[in-house]
Design a protein around this ligand. Structure first.
Ligand code: HEM
Length: 201
């Protein structure tokens, strides 16, 4: 095994924008004074989630859903293996992490879809409560995600957060991705415009 490029730059930038947008939206959620910042962070989250969903279909090898959404049995076997000290290394996301990622994307979309009508004063109090419930579910998955990243880093003796910054992880040379993924630029711009348009409504 050697250090190879695994995460393309749109996946990495998308990840950190998503993480920061979520944290900002979460801490400003209860404040009237920071309402606009909250809404902008939510809109950014929505744009980046839409981007990531499309990128999961057309992005580079390890970013594609087909490469990391495995059967529930594979996820269970991976977790059981961890408990028994059998640390099966995955060059991309591990099978359990894949489900957490899917949950984060779906909940990110649901957060934005319930938050926007609340901001527009559409729907009653129940919608506000639903938005809060979805956000809390997302926070729970974020905490599980962080615990998974920590356990995975320790189990595989590999700094996974650093890999999400540099893009490099341990793997076989034939698993490396190549190319600057330049076609992501128009897609990213389209998603940013989508966010800006949505927020201007
Ligand atoms: C300081 C906080 C965070 C750290 C250190 C972190 C770290 C990581 C790492 C290391 C991975 C790759 C896991 C792997 O190797 O399989 C990852 C993936 C991911 N994380 Fe985080 N994460 C953080 C916060 C968040 C937050 C707040 C969210 C969502 C709101 C999030 C959403 C995701 C998603 C969607 C992926 C999949 C990346 C992709 O394939 O596009 N992360 N994170």
């Amino acid at each position: 095994m050697q250090r190879i490029l695994v995460w393309d730059w749109p996946t990495r930038i998308g990840h950190w924008v998503m993480a920061i947008a979520f944290l900002i939206a979460y801490v400003t959620g209860e404040s009237e004074e920071w309402r606009l910042v909250h809404v902008w962070a939510g809109g950014t989250l929505a744009g980046v989630v839409v981007f990531r969903l499309i990128w999961g279909l057309i992005g580079s090898r390890h970013a594609r859903f087909f490469s990391f959404i495995r059967s529930p049995r594979a996820a269970r076997d991976y977790l059981l293996g961890l408990l028994h000290g059998n640390t099966e290394h995955h060059t991309g996301h591990n099978p359990a992490g894949g489900y957490a990622i899917l949950a984060l994307l779906v909940l990110g979309l649901a957060t934005a879809a319930t938050g926007w009508p609340v901001y527009q004063d559409i729907g009653g109090e129940w919608l506000g409560e639903l938005h809060e419930g979805v956000v809390n579910a997302m926070l729970a998955v974020v905490l599980i995600h962080l615990a998974g990243v920590l356990v995975g880093s320790l189990a595989h003796r590999e700094n996974l957060p650093r890999a999400m910054v540099t893009g490099y992880k341990l793997g076989r040379s034939e698993e490396a991705i190549s190319g600057p993924a330049i076609w992501a630029v128009p897609l990213l711009l389209a998603c940013a415009l989508f966010s800006a348009w949505w927020l201007s409504l």
